[in-house]
Design a protein around this ligand. Structure first.
Ligand SMILES: [Zn+2]
Length: 311
């Protein structure tokens, strides 16, 4: 069952149980002034769970006015099109580079089918298009007045070219999507989520600096939950992003293939997580949140596309 927890005045965190695991995929709900906003509605496979958790918090999903994906990856925004069909008042606000993938999901469906094959429906459910009339594009610098809050939109590419964060300067809360990395509750370990095709280490570093300069009090990650020790967290994310990138580059220069690089990255990095977590279940949970195969594929594509001179 999905679990919904109030995190502050007018804000709730939803844990969508993905592959049977809680606290891996998170949505956030904002309520105020007769408006209801969902930040990162999650995958289509979890849509009913999301609606049930909104009801469990005492709201009627029919009153949802805003859907705010941080980016259009399926684990964050896959349910968007199906939701707007069910929720008559809901309008979607998404970065201009992500909007085409929501208004026509055929490319997303085709590429997900290639990657996930038969597991596709079980993982992601329906991936429906969002009618243009319900879709609004946003850019860094925009201000959204939502649920009694003033949300700053900041453009934060690096993990994805269509990634934004939403910052409430009044409360200090920053809804970070994936640009602040993956850190699961109770485990003091940051994993860099670096899937293809958009990974850009330079842009990501600038996005981290931008978020830092906003001086948020608390980050809310998509995977998963609150981070308060922000300087330390970003220090760890930066270190991992660059060290793992160097490792993959070195292996490519030695002529290793993808499967060999995945195996050697696991061998090199997993002992640290194992030591910190002291629990093999945590390894599986981190793998569900951000898997090694896509991590390596993202770096390989980045080096080939952005820095062929270094290969
Ligand atoms: Zn993502």
């Amino acid at each position: 069952m999905a679990k919904i927890t109030q995190i502050s005045s007018g804000a709730w965190q939803v844990s969508l149980p993905f592959l049977g695991e809680d606290e891996i995929i998170g949505s956030y709900l904002l309520a105020g002034e007769n408006e209801l906003a969902i930040i990162d509605p999650g995958p289509g496979s979890m849509l009913e769970q999301l609606l049930a958790s909104i009801r469990a918090a005492g709201f009627d999903p029919q009153d949802v006015t805003h859907i705010l994906p941080t980016h259009v990856h399926l684990d964050h925004a896959g349910a968007t099109g199906s939701l707007v069909r069910q929720l008559p008042k809901a309008q979607v606000y998404v970065h201009s580079k992500g909007a085409p993938h929501l208004s026509d999901t055929s490319k997303v469906i085709a590429s997900a089918a290639r990657i996930y094959g038969e597991r596709m429906h079980m993982l992601w459910g329906k991936i429906e298009s969002t009618p243009e009339s319900r879709l609004h594009t946003i850019e860094g610098g925009d201000i959204l007045k939502v649920a009694g809050r003033r949300l700053e939109v900041h453009y934060t590419p690096g993990h994805a070219v269509h990634h934004v964060i939403f910052f409430d300067a009044h409360s200090g809360e920053l809804f970070a999507g994936d640009v602040a990395g993956v850190k699961l509750p109770g485990v003091d370990y940051v994993k860099p989520p670096t899937p293809p095709p958009d990974l850009d280490l330079e842009a990501w570093s600038d996005s981290i600096s931008l978020i830092h300069s906003l001086r948020p009090d608390i980050l809310y990650l998509g995977h998963f939950g609150a981070v308060k020790n922000i300087s330390q967290h970003f220090g760890r994310l930066r270190e991992k992003l660059s060290a793992w990138g160097d490792f993959v580059l070195e292996a490519m220069r030695k002529g290793k293939d993808e499967a060999e690089i995945i195996a050697s990255l696991i061998e090199k990095t997993q002992p640290e997580l194992q030591k910190i977590a002291r629990d093999s279940h945590a390894l599986q949970r981190y793998e569900i949140a951000s898997n090694y195969a896509m991590t390596v594929q993202g770096y390989m594509r980045y080096w080939r596309k952005k820095h062929p001179e270094r290969l």
